[in-house]
Design a protein around this ligand. Structure first.
Ligand code: CDT
Length: 314
């Protein structure tokens, strides 16, 4: 039996540094209204959706830095996202900078939240792969200081039973690492929700700049195909505070085909009707992990080469 749902990638155009949460949340609510009109079950927003991509700046003043973080979720300012989800019976996923108080100390993560159509929090993920630097790099027009502002996510790569299927989240740079996809794939993931902020230029390797869009779709298409899953990938696009950010939000099928794609660099809803059962014809044939994947052979190879063995079953 088909498990068909409509999903929407809610691409955001630039968010200025001084944009209030209220203005960004209002833009997000407008996109949620559009998603409800096409009867979407789920709308997905970018990484760090609520603010400008602040890791481009070296910020030394903690009170300024804290202004980009959420110390509770929902908060007074983000509550409208939860209320709108409930009012429209619409799931929502969005990225935000998380300031957590754990065992008396403050911890910072690059996180995403998954909210159900009843407005309650289904799950929460903390980004594992943090690109860029801890210290500002001399001569770079824009910094990429995620290592300065965030700790490595400590929640693993969980999946949730939601929206009629098995759902996981990755955040931006995570999508470039096959093991992140595979840990989700080993849990039979059927829909991966991915927000990103991808600069069009990488001053560390300008020779990659012409390939930014190609490598973005390459990892999404291969991650989906090799794990028999759908993905919704959503960017913060356009020229944000003088820095060009990749648009190209898309929905990718378990076949690896792109089924819907953004056509602008601004706020735009990219909609696709997807059948979660389309994952079956990959998970039960060419990528039937139980039948064809041989973890003990990987272990043997790793032992022979002297590398650290992975956890059992991974
Ligand atoms: N936000 C994020 O993770 N962006 C990275 C840029 C890496 S270049 C320093 C990405 O993988 O898209």
């Amino acid at each position: 039996m088909a498990r068909v749902i409509t999903v929407a990638a809610a691409q955001l155009g630039p968010v200025p540094r001084d944009a209030s949460r209220g203005t960004v949340v209002a833009r997000m609510v407008a996109l949620m209204e559009q998603a409800a009109q096409v009867r979407a079950a789920l709308v997905v927003f970018p990484e760090l959706a609520l603010t400008s991509f602040f890791p481009r700046w070296a910020i030394d003043d903690d009170s300024v830095l804290n202004g980009f973080f959420e110390s509770s979720m929902p908060s007074r300012e983000t509550q409208p996202l939860f209320a709108t989800a409930r009012r429209l019976q619409l799931g929502v996923c969005f990225g935000y900078a998380e300031l957590a108080r754990q065992a008396g100390s403050l911890r910072r993560f690059n996180s995403s939240a998954l909210v159900g159509p009843d407005g309650s929090l289904i799950g929460h993920y903390r980004k594992v792969h943090l690109p860029g630097d801890r210290e500002p790099q001399p001569g770079f027009e824009h910094q990429h200081l995620e290592k300065r502002y965030f700790e490595t996510g400590d929640l693993g790569f969980p999946v949730w039973r939601a929206f009629g299927g098995v759902v996981g989240m990755l955040i931006c740079n995570d999508r470039r690492w096959p093991e992140a996809w595979r840990v989700l794939g080993l849990q039979a993931v059927e829909l991966v929700l991915i927000g990103y902020n991808t600069p069009m230029r990488n001053p560390e390797a300008p020779e990659h700049d012409r390939l930014v869009a190609f490598q973005h779709s390459l990892v999404l298409q291969s991650g989906c195909y090799q794990n028999g899953t759908w993905a919704v990938a959503v960017g913060k696009a356009g020229i944000e505070e003088g820095q060009a950010m990749l648009p190209d939000s898309m929905v990718v099928a378990p076949s690896g085909e792109i089924v819907a794609r953004a056509t602008t660099s601004g706020d735009e809803l990219v909609v696709a009707e997807i059948d979660l059962d389309a994952t079956r014809s990959y998970k039960t044939t060419i990528f039937d992990f139980g039948a064809h994947r041989v973890p003990q052979a990987y272990r043997m190879i790793i032992e022979r080469t002297g590398a650290e063995p992975p956890e059992a079953g991974t």
